[in-house]
Design a protein around this ligand. Structure first.
Ligand SMILES: Cc1cc2nc3c(=O)[nH]c(=O)nc-3n(C[C@H](O)[C@H](O)[C@H](O)COP(=O)(O)O)c2cc1C
Length: 193
């Protein structure tokens, strides 16, 4: 039977629409997987940047939430070796600063990196490793090494340098790293339970 032309046209339009929907859905699913993979790799690289210990577990997925912090746990042959704590301080010059802090099982800091901030270029942004090496001052430090009152910027009587004309940003970071190291000391057991 020969189809009349309006019906043929309707079928063509239907088929065409179906193909478009199928194509869009295919592209969406392919890019969703790619985005998830990129996010996984980005996070893994950030975690590896602060961690100097060797580990053999799936760092990104060995994660817990505790007291508003996200904690990634590094293990070697099932034994805990370090925790990488994602935390946030609201005390930056321009508000929130998000950071990663890795601590080994002795509570010694393995590394600190800034994940996100809105500090002023040329002033507060020296907390970024690509702008200055200031953030490396925390590596190998431990609360046990000195009197707690010295865990502060020099302007506040402590050991850590501030930046010229910019004390607010480094003070926020020094205080947050200290707070996080204390948190780790007090919660180490429940973190690895
Ligand atoms: C436009 C502007 C932007 C500033 N940005 C920052 C900043 O990102 N971080 C910071 O610590 N101080 C910043 N400051 C300086 C602070 O206002 C403050 O003076 C300083 O942190 C205090 O440090 P000091 O006691 O060493 O001078 C900025 C000041 C101005 C006027």
């Amino acid at each position: 039977m020969k189809l009349s032309s309006p019906i043929t046209a309707a079928i063509r339009v239907g088929l065409f629409s179906f193909m478009i929907v199928a194509l869009v859905s295919l592209v969406y699913h392919a890019s969703k997987d790619k985005i998830a993979e990129n996010e996984y790799l980005d996070l893994l690289h950030s975690l590896q940047a602060v961690l100097s210990d060797s580990y053999d577990n799936d760092l990104v997925n060995d994660v817990i939430q505790l007291q508003a912090r996200t904690i990634y746990r590094a293990r070697q042959a099932g034994q805990p070796v370090a925790a990488i704590i994602k935390t946030n301080t609201p005390h930056g010059y321009n508000g929130d600063i998000q950071l990663l802090i890795a601590l080994n099982m002795e509570g010694r800091i393995m590394g600190v990196r800034i994940l996100r901030h809105k500090e002023t270029p040329g002033l507060g942004d020296k907390i970024e490793l690509k702008k200055s090496t200031w953030i490396l001052n925390f590596t190998q430090e431990s609360l046990a090494d000195n009197d707690l009152s010295l865990w502060a910027v020099k302007r506040d009587g402590g050991l850590f340098d501030q930046f010229t004309g910019a004390t607010i940003t480094p003070r926020a970071i020094v205080n947050e790293v200290k707070k996080t190291a204390l948190f780790f000391q007090q919660n180490q057991q429940s973190i690895f339970e």
